[in-house]
Design a protein around this ligand. Sequence first.
Ligand code: CO
Length: 303
Amino acid sequence: MNEEILQQCFKAGKVASQVRRETAAKLAKPGTSYLQAMDFAEQRIIQLGGQIAWAQMAVNEVAAHFCPDENETGVSKEGEIIKVDIGVHNQGYIADNAMTVIVGSSKEYKYLVKAAQNALKAAIKLVRPGTQLWELGEAQSSEAEALGYRTVKNLSGHTLEHYKVHGGISIPSYNNKTKTELKEDWQIAIEPFVTDGQGLIKEGVSPTIFMVEQLRSARTPYARKILDEVKTQNGLPFTTRWLTRKLGKGPALLGLKELQQHGIVRAYPPLPEVSKGMVAQFEHSMIVKDKTTPYTRHEDDEW
Ligand code: CO
């Protein structure tokens, strides 16, 4: 992998890890507005010299894919477990990382959070050229099970590519028998989701996260304005409030509807655990080498 690309990744990773930690620390205090926390995360990415790939969060039984819209009134509450998933890029080279915090002083889900952290750590230790994907999966599920939990089987890590969140290869969080081997210089994100529920998520309702799926011309001016607005994301996600704030709620929602109907834009709804189990997640991005340190690792991270 060329040195310049590596540097872009490392630079994105520094910003992503810093913003992840700062945002999570805010949400860990009871009474923090979800909306303000996510606005903060986006502003902070820019302030630290990164480009926004996404800033997302998810609460309790929701595993991922929540972005507050502009009318969101939710605040963090004692005992909630909140996932913060931050994506930063530099010229399309992405750092993807996530962590879980328990709000306030509750200890109820301490071991659930620990299990997710252990799962990530165990998988990272196996990352090197030649490791088969099932091995990474098994490492994660066995750490979760050691503390009495399960990994969420229908969520997985992924390869990262230039301006692509999902490079096409999934990294399982259980032994799914995939014998594909990691190759040197692959850019990957490992992200175990661990739950006290059944270990499966479904698609929820009211999506606020979208991606352009197929760039085609749109019919109405509303839809065209949206495509124009999200052009700089270059296929990376965007969220409803960016559009409603800029174009007004009516036009933004109408435009989004049209774009989805024509298959130009795809919605990524929140992902609740099917049995309403609590979900914890940790994630790091790394380049596959003989010795790998995630480039989203922060000096204050336990893992
Ligand atoms: Co990811």
